[in-house]
Ligand binder design. Structure first.
Ligand SMILES: [Zn+2]
Length: 286
């Protein structure tokens, strides 16, 4: 209760609070334009393809996250440029996380990977955010019956959660934080805490819903380090509920399976908030 993480994250909130949904509108109109352009001339060069990475890695001081966008070569993936380019929500969020001081520069590279993925590499000290992941999220949301504006919004929301999850891995490794309960679950918790405390709980929910779609039909991996996607959603929902049971009581009507766990969610939320507050407070940038 009244933990310090909330205060720290309000600083992050300066960045998060101002981003709004303009980007999504831009993306939707871009979708329409791109679809038209594709019909008209498949070989036409796309003007946005020449956009340079948003920042020069060499120009950045050490000890912070540095967001870089490497425009995809594939025409189909250019559709997602508004989500990733300079000034995007993802860049803003990555920058806002620099309230924490890192011992070295950690590039956050968004671009085409040739696979559906997002990852943090401890050996490369870098985060990779694949544009293909946006494509998979977007198509899955559409296939799930969402209309285009909703699918676009959910895609950006899910990517934001994913980015914060990967930045959580980077914080754990770069700051040599001791976490228990499994790092995958721990960094889901951090991403959810940040979003809940910045009044963007729905972005965390979208993030784990997107994972359910992504892993649907796959053989259960009982020995995998990740919890099942449904469990990840359940953990996020419990945190959202626990953060403010009165406000989020409606979740129990939408997802009755959460009811047996609901009484424990406030305590669970407080524990996670306290744990991350204690872990990160010493690393707050002076
Ligand atoms: Zn992970």
């Amino acid at each position: 209760m009244g933990s310090k993480l909330s205060a720290l994250l309000l600083i992050v909130g300066v960045g998060l609070g101002s981003i709004g949904c303009d980007l999504i509108k831009k993306k939707v109109s871009k979708d329409e334009k791109t679809a038209k352009a594709d019909e008209d001339d498949d070989d036409a060069p796309t003007k946005t393809a020449t956009a340079a990475p948003t920042q020069s890695a060499a120009a950045q001081p050490a000890g912070q996250f540095v967001y870089l966008y490497d425009p995809p070569a594939s025409a189909a993936l250019k559709l997602y440029e508004p989500l990733f380019k300079a000034g995007s929500r993802l860049e803003t969020v990555a920058g806002a996380m620099n309230v924490y001081a890192l011992p070295r520069k950690v590039p956050v590279v968004a671009g085409e990977c040739g696979r559906i993925d997002a990852s943090y590499s401890p050996s490369k000290h870098a985060i990779t955010l694949c544009v293909e992941l946006a494509d998979a999220f977007y198509k899955n949301f559409l296939a799930g019956g969402r209309d285009d504006p909703t699918a676009s919004k959910l895609t950006l929301d899910a990517l934001t959660f994913t980015l914060l999850h990967e930045m959580g891995h980077a914080l754990v490794q770069e700051l040599e934080l001791g976490v228990t309960g499994g790092e995958e679950d721990a960094v889901d918790d951090l991403a959810a805490l940040i979003l809940i405390q910045n009044k963007k709980a729905e972005w965390a929910i979208a993030g784990t819903q997107a994972l359910i779609e992504l892993t649907k039909g796959q053989k259960p991996q009982f020995f995998d380090e990740h919890s099942f996607s449904e469990q990840r959603l359940g953990n996020v929902l419990c945190m959202v509920l626990g953060s403010d049971p009165n406000k989020h009581m409606g979740l129990l009507d939408q997802i009755p399976d959460l009811k047996p766990r609901a009484p424990k969610c406030p305590k669970e939320y407080q524990q996670k908030d306290k744990a991350w507050t204690q872990l990160l407070e010493p690393h707050l940038r002076k």
